[in-house]
Each structure stands twice: as structure tokens, then as C-alpha cells.
Design a protein around this ligand. Structure first.
Ligand SMILES: NC(=O)C1=CN([C@@H]2O[C@H](COP(=O)(O)OP(=O)(O)OC[C@H]3O[C@@H](n4cnc5c(N)ncnc54)[C@H](OP(=O)(O)O)[C@@H]3O)[C@@H](O)[C@H]2O)[C@@H](O)CC1
Ligand SMILES: [K+]
Length: 223
């Protein structure tokens, strides 16, 4: 079933309804999202060292799942969190803990200098800094991380939305992540349809996260 482009409120409502009305666990949704994204990454950027930039929220949580699945695919992968790991909560904290117990390469970079040292020689950068929970201009290390990532020669892949782009208006922060590929969950976002956004989004791939068709039917496109 093809789903229409959704607003921030609608997409957040899909997740919320799956959890509250259907009894799905947020961890399962995140697992589906991260696993699906890892498969798309593997298809589109099959070689080279991968750095996954992770923020504080559930978009960051997706990053730890992606790392675990890419590691299973025998990729060389490092997670770089822009916050100390004890600042994480909920499903993101759970997946960060799994990644650590699994002895994946998880680093913290809270300064531009340290971020630069992690990004200067990787071949693929995956942006899990901010998703649908982003508000206002990029703050602090988030802005630095995107700026440094955009200056590298690495292949850049955004998860759910390029960090810095508003999901509803498509408006871009001066430091918006410049993606060659955006892997977005459930449906494209309304902001992606605005003129000028294509150069920040690159190609768009939609990944389903296992929410039931009955829930999605209300947003089915006519086509
Ligand atoms: N179960 C689900 O719902 C599923 C969700 N999924 C995934 O979750 C994503 C949504 O996650 P989310 O709601 O946690 O928001 P997200 O964007 O990761 O982080 C927000 C945090 O970042 C911060 N912050 C905000 N703006 C900022 C700024 N300008 N500059 C700097 N920092 C800023 C702010 O923290 P603060 O600094 O205010 O403490 C805020 O708390 C969604 O896109 C999808 O990828 C999938 O796994 C499928 C299942
Ligand atoms: K992102």
C-alpha cells in the first residue's frame, strides 16, 4: 500500500497509535526501522567504513540498531554519539546498551575537534542525529557535526529526515545535512515536496516499520 506524504503530527501519530492502540512495542518499531535502513544502506553503499552519527532521541536510537545490523553484515562500523550515553532514555538507551554489550565501536564526540577526528577518513556517514522530534535551529555540537560531515568526501545517508530540514516546511537550517540518499520511515514527509529540498534529500527510499495496514489505510494514496 502506498502512503501519502505525512506531516510531523501524522507520522508521530502513526507510531503512537501502533504503540497505544495495537500494543506494539516501541523497541519493535525501532528494530524494524533500523534493520530496514541497514538493508537499504547495504544495497546503496556496499563498501567502506561507516560512521553513524547519533543524537539524543529515537532517531539516534535507530542508529544503534543500524550499527548492529551492519556489523552482522560484516561492515566496519562506528557509532559516534553527540551526547554522553547516560543522557539517553527509553528505546534509544536500550539499543545503545545492547550495542555496548555487543562490543560494537561506540564513541562519544561532544566537541567539533573530536568529531572531526572520527569523520575525516570514513567512507559512509549515516545521519541519525535528529528526526521528527527536531525543533528550531541546530544547536551546538549538532550544527558542528553536520557542518563537518558535509565537508567530507564520504557518501552521506540521512535517516528519516536530513538533520536540519524541517519535516513540515522543508525549510533548511544553514547546516542541513546534505544527503545523497534519505531513508525515511513509513511514508515520505510533507516537507520533502517543497521546491529546493531535493538537493538536500538526494534519492528517497521509504522503509516500512511493521505497523498494520489497517492503521495506515486512512493515509493510503489514491494511486
Ligand atoms: N516509536 C517511535 O516513535 C519511533 C520513532 N522512530 C525514530 O524516532 C525519531 C523521532 O524520535 P524523537 O521523538 O525522540 O526525536 P529526535 O528527533 O530523535 O530527537 C529529539 C531530541 O533532540 C533534541 N533536539 C531537538 N531539536 C534540536 C535542535 N534543533 N538542536 C539540537 N538538539 C535538538 C531534543 O533534546 P533536548 O536537547 O531538548 O533535550 C529532543 O529531545 C523518528 O524520526 C524516527 O527516526 C523510529 O525508530 C520508529 C519508531
Ligand atoms: K536524521
Amino acid at each position: 500500500m502506498k502512503i501519502k506524504s505525512l506531516s510531523r503530527e501524522q507520522i508521530r501519530s502513526v507510531d503512537q497509535q501502533a504503540i497505544e492502540n495495537y500494543g506494539m512495542s516501541g523497541l519493535v518499531l525501532m528494530e524494524n526501522a533500523g534493520r530496514g535502513a541497514a538493508e537499504v544502506i547495504q544495497r546503496n553503499a556496499a563498501t567502506g567504513r561507516v560512521v553513524i552519527l547519533c543524537g539524543k532521541g529515537n532517531n539516534g536510537g535507530d542508529g544503534y540498531v543500524i550499527a548492529r545490523h551492519l556489523d552482522l553484515m560484516q561492515r566496519q562500523v562506528r557509532v559516534v554519539s553527540v551526547v554522553e550515553l547516560d543522557a539517553l532514555s527509553g528505546d534509544a538507551a536500550a539499543n545503545a546498551a545492547i550495542a555496548q554489550k555487543a562490543e560494537l565501536d561506540v564513541q562519544v564526540a561532544t566537541t567539533a575537534e573530536v568529531m572531526e577526528s572520527h569523520l575525516h577518513d570514513c567512507e559512509v556517514i549515516v545521519d541519525c542525529l535528529l528526526g521528527t522530534g527536531a525543533t528550531g535551529p541546530l544547536r551546538g555540537i549538532y550544527a558542528d557535526a553536520v557542518k563537518i560531515a558535509n565537508q567530507t568526501k564520504a557518501t552521506r545517508i540521512a535517516i528519516d529526515v536530513p538533520t536540519g530540514m524541517d519535516v513540515d516546511s522543508g525549510e533548511a537550517d544553514p547546516h542541513t545535512f546534505q544527503a545523497e540518499l534519505t531513508i525515511t520511515f513509513v511514508a515520505p514527509k510533507i516537507g520533502f515536496e517543497f521546491e529546493g529540498t531535493q538537493s538536500r534529500l538526494g534519492d528517497i527510499e521509504v522503509v516500512p516499520i511493521g505497523v498494520p495496514r489497517k492503521l495506515l489505510r486512512q493515509w493510503a494514496s489514491e494511486a
